[in-house]
Design a protein around this ligand. Structure first.
Ligand code: FFO
Ligand code: GTP
Ligand code: K
Ligand code: MG
Length: 452
């Protein structure tokens, strides 16, 4: 447990009806008691809420009328004593209450520090803590469901189960090393260890297969809208978003900065990025835009490549077709309402669209579902493994076990096999936050919002 008391505004800062200033640590109740009048907080039971006023000690004047919750260790979010002051929303009052707790000895919390304490104090494991962040960031119903399962400990249970199986392998190897006379060592390895290890590998294969979908649900699909100037990229963004998000004009080179927005296709968030049109240019500002488009292509998981039906294919179109040929991409022949001058025989697998006559938008959405297999997205099953860090660790575990399995086949001494199996054990443990270093923890938790 920590000996300092942290504080933060746990609600979004802005004009709201109520905002919460939350304290956690050994002095929470004492600090609050110095500012609160209505009841002696040192005397109240845990998990009770109290009506009263926050006073400014210097002037002895009322700052705010509040409801204040007392939550005593250990049955709390951080396992520490927690005070939640429900203030009238509004930036001035809330900040003022926060300031007063600081003058009384609390320290401003770092982003994610409450959740970090929940982890370090042993209430949740790292996978659960990471899911809390996913919960906050969720943009679709499906990603919310996945995150909630993580908070609930489903990832942790699955990984714990895998670790138990790996531990059983290690235990068997240890017996084998300690009592080699019990059995013929090699025979023992082959007959006992191999099926044990292979079972875990099979399970990991299954999990990693479904995790692809989980990752898409969690993170969405980074989608870049690419094309020459004036082909209708921004018009497409607006149509997909059903909102006038980007400026559309007949002037080529209208979009200069990257414009982003989210849409929901079949429960999956598509993170759309509208870019400057790509063409060779002398204009410095636009040249920067072109660089960004190329960057957008390389970062994208899906490219919507827009061509203009009313003009023949140009050098730039061909360049873009080439730059995106190894990507998941959808080719759109836009302005299909105008007379066609494009040579369609040179292209295959395209969708004809018109942004002015509203043609082809549903076809694009269907195509996305088809490309990413989203027709049957179900959040039951195993899709709750979705976090890139977790997936990477599961892969390491699988690889280590495959090495172990091969080593057994080659009749390598069991203590050598054990090295590989232990690597799998460690990788799985890292998912839960066992044996992870301070710097990784700092990085993970700093991505949280303030007050979480
Ligand atoms: N006012 C308020 N609302 C909130 C939170 C909060 O901290 N304060 N939460 C913050 O994220 C979420 C709720 N999550 C929570 C998760 C665990 C515990 C907790 O006290 N767990 C203890 C005791 C459980 C029990 O009493 O059965 C435990 O697990 O040991 C509290 C809140 C959302 N709403
Ligand atoms: N006829 C017709 N005009 C379109 C269509 N889509 C877009 N336009 C028009 O084409 C012009 C350019 O559209 P934008 O959406 O700004 O094109 P852009 O690709 O974003 O252009 P830059 O940002 O300048 O590269 C505008 O005048 C649009 O109204 C379409 O399907 N048919
Ligand atoms: K334009
Ligand atoms: Mg544009």
């Amino acid at each position: 447990m920590f000996d300092d008391t942290i504080v933060a505004i746990s609600t979004a800062l802005g004009e709201g009806a109520i905002s919460i200033v939350r304290l956690s640590g050994p002095d929470s109740i004492e600090i609050a008691n110095k500012l609160f009048k209505g009841k002696d907080l040192m005397d109240v039971k845990s998990h009770t809420i109290h009506y009263g006023h926050i006073y400014e000690p210097e002037t002895d004047s009322i700052l705010d009328e509040v409801m204040l919750t007392v939550l005593k260790s250990p049955r709390t979010y951080t396992k520490e004593d927690i005070i939640e002051i429900n203030c009238h929303g509004g930036i001035y009052i809330t900040n003022k209450v926060l300031e007063l707790t600081l003058t009384m000895g609390a320290r401003l919390a770092e982003p994610g520090e409450f959740t970090k304490r929940a982890f370090l104090n042993g209430r949740i494991d790292l996978a659960q803590a990471e899911s809390v962040m996913d919960l906050i960031n969720a943009k679709t119903e499906e990603s919310l469901t996945v995150a909630m399962k993580g908070v609930d400990g489903r990832v942790s249970k699955l990984v714990t189960h895998l670790r138990e199986q790996v531990l059983q392998v290690i235990a068997n190897i240890e017996v084998n090393i300690d009592y080699p006379e019990y059995d013929d060592a090699i025979e023992m390895s082959n007959e006992l260890l191999k099926p044990l290890i292979n079972n875990v590998i099979l399970e990991l294969n299954r999990i990693l297969e479904v995790a692809k979908t989980g990752k898409i649900i969690r993170e969405g699909i980074k989608t870049a809208i690419i094309g020459r100037p004036n082909v209708g990229k921004s018009s497409l963004l607006n149509k997909l978003m059903r909102e006038e998000r980007a400026i559309v004009t007949e002037i080529a080179g209208t979009t200069r900065d990257v414009i982003e927005g989210f849409i929901n296709i079949g429960g999956i968030a598509l993170k759309l990025v509208d870019t400057a049109g790509i063409r060779e240019t002398e204009d410095l500002v636009e040249a920067i835009g072109v660089e960004r488009s190329k960057q957008a292509i390389s970062e994208a998981e899906l490219v919507l490549l827009v061509l203009n039906n009313s003009e023949p294919l140009t050098e730039e179109d061909r360049l873009l077709l080439d730059l995106t040929k190894d990507k998941q991409r959808i080719i759109l022949i836009n302005k299909s309402d105008l007379e066609s001058k494009i040579d369609k025989s040179k292209l295959n697998n395209f969708i004809e669209t018109s942004m002015v006559e509203d043609i082809g938008i549903e076809d694009i959405e269907e195509k996305v579902k088809q490309l990413f297999d989203l027709g049957e997205i179900k959040t039951k099953d195993m899709t709750y493994i979705s976090n890139t860090r977790h997936i990477a660790k599961l892969r390491i575990a699988r690889e280590s076990l495959e090495n172990a399995s091969r080593a057994i086949e080659m009749e390598v001494p069991v203590d050598m096999v054990e090295v590989d199996v232990k690597e799998a054990w460690i990788a799985l443990g890292e998912i839960l936050g066992k044996e992870v270093g301070d710097s990784l923890l700092d990085e993970l938790f700093s991505k949280f919002c303030l007050g979480k």
